[in-house]
Design a protein around this ligand. Sequence first.
Ligand code: THU
Length: 155
Amino acid sequence: MRKEQRVIESEIYAVEELDSTYRRLYEAAFEAAGRAYEPYSGFQVGAALLLANGEIVTGSNQENIAYPSGLCAERTALFYAGARYPGVAVQVLAVAAVKDGVRQPGVSPCGACRQVMVETEMRSGAPIRILLCGRESATLFYGISSLLPYCFDSF
Ligand code: THU
């Protein structure tokens, strides 16, 4: 038997410390949250992707009266990017949430969205940087393996 330990690194930035690209994505994610359709949860989530072609693609959560039929902001953005720009790598994914008009502390993507991010990375072969946006700070992770270690990626 041997023990293994995995260390998850992240970088925490005050919002004012973000460089112009991350700051743009931070604002785009909060703006996208404002376009959520969330009559059931009242929880607005926005995602902003930076693609390798320079495009910024956004998405927001879209709910449905038959609950599982809705979709999270992250997958809305990722699937739209795949449909609109097939084959173009996703370099950064920023995610932000608003409740009752108040910016929430860094929301962390659900398991299903993480699994879709795994596949997005597999398709491009390059790690996605993930920026969890809070009111005063944002946390940056390099690659989905930070958020979904030991993921299912082959059979
Ligand atoms: N939601 C997202 O859009 N992204 C997340 O990372 C977590 C949850 C949405 C799903 C649902 O519309 C609402 O937030 C409450 O769970």
